[in-house]
Design a protein around this ligand. Structure first.
Ligand code: GDP
Ligand code: MG
Length: 392
């Protein structure tokens, strides 16, 4: 992992109708041919992500989206993808074709930005084609030409000035440890662990603890007991992969704080309180109830195993009931959530905070209880109180 994780970067998405010049403008902003440009309508089929440094804002992700006016069966799917992008956009650029003028889709997009509280800039593109090129940019609109580069600098400056950085007070662990504290991380190295590296949540927790001046000791669960005995000093906190909760909670003396990576991530992404409330739905699960297990990424075997095999087993064991499980991963989190008895989401290390919160809010609006992998595992093992008591 050489770069700032994507989920930690503000996401700036470019929206607009087909052929407005969204892809061209992204390329002009990044100075690279990242996005495919074409005069054939509907060329951009899936959102395209481009990480870049946008000073003074810092590391950001720009997202190119398919045209909002796309049509036909495939077109509808593309519009759906563009709509999903609205759930993760920390800011939006509405790209319009200056020669074609403002259409009803543009108005609809502005309404959506306002409804979702997304700060936005309107980039009126193709200014090179206008008879008397407009230069009177104001606070909401910028006149640009992706072709000549005119106005692109101005657009970048405007984007960089948007106040997009997440609440700096929200930390993974840095606020739980003091300089010089010992932090013990329990990282199982089993067949499901990726070869030759640690996974993102582990890396991020290590980084955050180091930033706070704490010492980090990383062990497998088989080495935990001996490590705790020989440390010579009580660690401030033990953080484990939640799959190892049973062994780790048994071996960690009760006067040492204990939690899991996914619980730390639920807090970091702003959904911990809701997850602790949501898990209560476990008390009333009946046979046939629908439970949705949702994963933020699509490629992680360890998560896959825990999501599709272990979690259903733990839930069945705890409730003594046989609910009906369904599984989603990546961007495929459904819009319609009514009827779910419970939604169990991973820590979401690959999702930005806005997307995680939008998923939780969507569940709340539709009356579906929402919880988190670590929270539900701790709950089924009777240690949830212990694993969340350090968050005042
Ligand atoms: N003259 C002119 N043509 C542009 C400009 N921006 C994009 N185009 C052209 O408009 C067409 C559609 O551009 P594209 O970036 O694929 O639009 P998208 O569908 O919104 O992503 C292409 O033929 C581009 O070359 C511009 O600023 N000026
Ligand atoms: Mg495009």
């Amino acid at each position: 992992m050489n770069n700032t994780p994507r989920a930690n970067r503000p996401h700036i998405a470019f929206f607009g109708v087909r052929n407005a010049g969204k892809s061209s403008l992204i390329n002009a902003v990044t100075g690279q041919d990242t996005a495919i440009v074409s005069d054939i309508k509907g060329t951009t089929t899936d959102p395209v992500y481009k990480a870049m440094e946008l000073l003074p804002l810092g590391a950001v992700v720009l997202i190119d989206t398919p045209g909002f006016d796309d049509e036909g069966e495939l077109g509808d799917l593309r519009v759906r993808r563009a709509r999903q992008t609205l759930n993760k956009a920390d800011a939006a650029v509405l790209v319009t074709d200056g020669a074609a003028g403002f259409g009803k889709e543009d108005e609809a997009l502005i309404d959506l930005f306002k409804e979702k509280g997304i700060p936005f800039i309107i980039a009126i593109n193709k200014n090179d084609l206008t008879e008397c090129p407009n230069t009177s940019s104001n606070c909401e609109r910028v006149y640009v030409s992706a072709k000549t580069g005119e106005g692109v600098h101005e657009l970048k400056e405007r984007l960089a000035r948007l106040n997009l950085t997440d609440d700096p007070k929200r930390r993974l662990v840095a606020d739980l440890v003091d300089p010089g504290d010992f932090t013990v991380l329990v990282v199982p190295i089993d067949s499901a662990a990726p070869k030759g590296r640690l996974i993102l949540p582990q890396q991020q927790v290590i980084r955050d603890a180091l930033e706070a001046g704490a010492a980090v000791i990383v062990v497998k669960e088989s080495e935990l007991r001996e490590t705790l005995e020989n440390l010579g000093r009580k660690p401030k906190i033990v953080i484990t992969d939640s799959q190892a909760f049973e062994k780790v909670s048994a071996e960690t003396p009760s006067d040492i704080a204990l939690t899991s990576f996914s619980i730390l991530f639920a807090r970091y992404k702003g959904v911990l309180e809701q997850s602790v409330q949501g898990v209560e739905a476990m008390e009333t699960v009946s046979a046939g109830d629908k439970i949705l297990i949702a994963e933020g990424c699509t490629h992680h075997r360890q998560c896959d195993d825990i999501g599709t095999v272990k979690l259903p087993r733990w839930i069945r064991d705890y409730t003594g009931k046989n609910p009906e499980f369904s599984f989603v991963s990546g961007s495929d989190f459904p819009d319609a959530l009514t009827g779910y008895k419970l939604i169990v989401h991973c820590g979401g290390c690959m999702l930005n905070n806005r997307e995680m919160r939008s998923r939780e809010e969507r569940a709340a609006k539709q009356g579906a209880p929402f919880t988190n992998y670590g929270v539900i595992i701790a709950y089924t093992q009777g240690i949830l109180e212990r694993c969340t008591s350090m968050f005042s």
